[in-house]
Design a binder for this molecule. Structure first.
Ligand code: HEM
Length: 475
């Protein structure tokens, strides 16, 4: 009897490997490690161990601009080809961003549904809308509160500070000025820890959804404390999102009003709101964290920023927006410390596609990653150096390869609010303060990145010392 089951198992394994190998024959011309012809396991292993982006980057360095990651999956590191690829339909990976059992703009694979959701909210995310006085007020108020928190204590963990600020901005914008979170004032801060805990199982849900759901439904997951905490965190965020939604007057708020007046169900609306609350704070918070860490370690670049800001009226955002050095610092941070450096998987359509003289068949999973695109020597001179000046007159190549906000129809809808928030925050900070790293760093600090698709510093902490500059404005 036992030998029958062993035989059955062996047949199953051979069938699986042969089917994977058969699929990979179609990708036989795409270079990559031999094992990726048979199995996705090396990619899964690297992903779950928070090393996916660096692993794929090393594969590109070894095998070139097109590399096989798994029997049915490839990565592309060729800037001119990425735009059209990123318009292809999304894979099941994005199901991990669903909430309340409903799809949102980000997770919806269907192009028509995505486009109607994007149309519904797109108007409120334009730069012109963002620059309306009532929206700039939301950003300015939160930035002023942030400066106030710094002036009370000059040695600061900026990772928390910037994430709190970004959460308060996006929720204030979404629900109306007086609603949403007030983390900078010490309210609702548990939500931030919840966002963190929830990430523990992200890659499992994204890569192995059936297994992960089984582990939860069978109760096995609850034996692992971090998985139990992740589920509790998810519930906490769901409840908090509803709390924010319910306490705001739909007639006075902006984006929420749009959603409430649409034909979407409460679950669909909640899923949309939750995604914007998550995407809207972690990315901006991480970008500011790495930016200020970099400037604190590079005083000569910080001095250039101080000089540029000296004579600017910070109430005139149009003037701040035009500052070339500030602009360059933001784009360089997004280039070398992209808060989403990872690949965004898409599916090759029925017609297939020819890339770099190789035919890629329908249904192949394909992606590109900003981390690798942004480090290409042919596209960025002094590719690994932080050079804000390169953006004064950027080359066409640099513009093609820069993709911190993605590309094509699925590119970041929040990029205007992100850019405005980052510029307002940095201009206020460096008009008022000089920053440096503490002489003795806390043992927990490690500014390498943890690769949860969105990144954070390892150990989620970044210490910075603030000292008022002589010409700084009093806040
Ligand atoms: C520095 C800040 C940010 C970065 C680096 C960033 C990056 C990205 C990237 C790379 C994508 C494309 C994903 C893909 O191709 O599948 C994206 C999409 C998206 N982002 Fe952002 N993002 C940032 C800020 C924000 C903010 C502030 C919001 C506010 C709500 C936001 C909301 C979204 C949404 C809803 C999508 C999905 C768009 C769609 O599917 O049409 N992001 N973001």
């Amino acid at each position: 009897m036992i030998s029958f089951f062993v035989l059955l198992l062996a047949v199953g394994v051979v069938a699986l490997i042969s089917s994977a190998f058969y699929k990979s024959l179609a990708l036989k011309d795409v270079p990559g490690p031999l094992i990726t012809r048979f199995t996705k396991i090396p990619l899964l292993y690297q992903t779950i161990n928070l090393n996916r982006t660096r692993y794929i980057h090393e594969l590109h360095r070894k095998y070139g601009p097109l590399v096989r990651l798994a029997p049915n999956e490839i990565s592309l590191n060729h800037p001119p080809s990425v735009g059209p690829i990123y318009n292809y339909e999304k894979t099941h990976f994005y199901n991990a961003f669903e909430a309340y059992g409903a799809k949102n703009m980000f997770s919806t694979p269907d192009r028509a549904r995505h486009s109607s959701r994007r149309k519904l909210l797109g108007g409120e995310y334009t730069k012109a809308y963002m620059l309306r006085p009532e929206n700039l007020t939301v950003i300015n108020d939160r930035v002023r509160q942030m400066l106030k928190n710094i002036s009370e204590i000059n040695h600061v963990d900026v990772f928390y500070l910037f994430n709190y600020m970004a959460q308060d901005v996006i929720s204030g914008f979404f629900f109306g000025d007086q609603n949403g979170s007030h983390l900078l004032q010490g309210h609702d801060i548990e939500v931030f820890d919840a966002w963190h805990m929830r990430r523990e199982t992200f890659h499992w849900f994204a890569e192995l959804p059936k297994l992960t759901n089984f582990l939860y439904s069978s109760g096995i997951a609850s034996l692992l404390p971090s998985w139990r905490d992740a589920a509790a965190a998810e519930q906490f965020i769901n409840d908090m999102t509803h709390k924010w939604m319910d306490r705001c007057d739909p007639e006075k708020s902006h984006l929420l009003t749009k959603l409430l007046k649409s034909d979407l169900s409460r679950e669909q609306i909640s899923a949309e709101v939750m995604d914007h609350m998550g995407a809207g704070h972690e990315t901006t918070g991480t970008t500011l964290t790495f930016m200020v860490d970099h400037l604190s370690k590079n005083p000569e670049q910080q001095t250039k920023l101080h000089e540029e800001l000296k004579n600017v009226d910070l109430d005139d955002f149009a003037a701040v927006d035009k500052l070339p050095y500030l602009h360059g610092v933001v784009l360089e941070t997004l280039r070398l410390y992209s808060s989403i450096p990872a690949s965004e998987p898409r599916i090759v359509p029925a017609s297939g596609v020819t890339l770099l003289d190789r035919f890629i068949p329908a249904s192949t999973v394909i992606s590109a990653q900003p981390y690798s695109m942004h480090r290409q020597e042919e596209y960025f001179e002094r590719n690994l150096e932080f050079v804000p000046e390169r953006w004064n007159e950027p080359t066409a190549s640099a513009k093609t390869a820069w993709m911190a906000f993605g590309k094509g129809t699925r590119g970041c809808i929040g990029q205007n609010i992100a850019m405005v928030t980052i510029k307002v925050a940095i201009s206020h900070l460096y008009k008022t303060y000089e920053t440096s790293k503490p002489t003795v760093l806390p043992a927990s600090e490690n500014m390498d990145f943890k690769d949860y698709y969105m990144i954070t510093p390892v150990n989620d902490t970044c210490s910075v010392v603030f000292r008022k500059v002589e010409h700084g404005e009093k806040c």
